[in-house]
Design a protein around this ligand. Sequence first.
Ligand code: GZL
Length: 330
Amino acid sequence: MKKIFGLVLAFALISGGLVFAGGAADGEAAAAGDDLIVVGYAQVGAESDWRTANTESFRSTFVPENGYRLIFDDAQQKQENQIKAIRSFIQQDVDYIVVAPVVETGWETVLGEAKAAGIPVILSDRQMKLSDESLYLCWVGGDFLKEGRDSVTWLNNYLAEIGRADEPINVVLLQGTIGSSAQVGRTQGITEGLAENPNYTLLAAQTGEFTQAKGQEVMESFLKAYDDIDVVFAENDNMAFGAIDAIKAAGKVPGEDIIIISFDAVREAFNRIIAGELNCAVECNPLHGPRVDEIIKTLEAGGTVEKIQYVQEGLFDITNAEELLPTRAY
Ligand code: GZL
């Protein structure tokens, strides 16, 4: 199903950060009728190192040399911008719409419009809660609940290794964007894991919006409120980096006075683990571009695809970070 890309130029909306990528990004008009597959991608924003790597994974995959023309939109973490971008993709009659939904709910109407227009929707990264599963074709992303559970298992083992398995442990939680499936799943996995051990007390949980600045601000407030924090769970690396700065400013030693566990495992997290400032990073692989490319190429060849597709994920700490850092792609 190919669209005459030249026609879409007349409908392209300038507002909302809508830009063309993959050839037309430089403003050159595409040859009308080129046989490229036009993909509209509604990205969450640019809030974290993970997101930067995720965006690059799409921009480097969906290029004309690979048979695509990408229309990319950065929603600046606002759902209304993503909905506007999806509507503009529908108006441009793209071949596929890819969405990384900033939160899980509020998508039924606009996905119904895409369905009515006959445009397949692929979800990447975060998930949507929908009453009608036919509104999207498939989803590629991380297992956020497992990531949360694995982080507590790591803490249980670490405390045993350092002889603190029987001590009361006070925990604070820096949550991601409330209502995003990454936050929902990680929070559930972490809180369920903590609840299984009576030694753990969750003192406070608050969103840091997946950003370093807000993560630092919330950690500063936690440190003012509690002088006996033993562990911080940060639902992404950038909030952990902010927490590290706050802990240092409070005269405490991150990674020693306060154990820090984060999610994503970007390259900088490896550096912090090696420096002893971060204790554990649970991976959430952002390289979804090639997976979505594979899905579209399968569909274009008349094939079928799995509805739910998890990416490979690991867990890193002082025992493996230095050895594996050279292998990290993001
Ligand atoms: C996870 C992704 C989250 C990352 C954050 O798949 O949705 O959003 O953990 C990013 O770094 O902001």
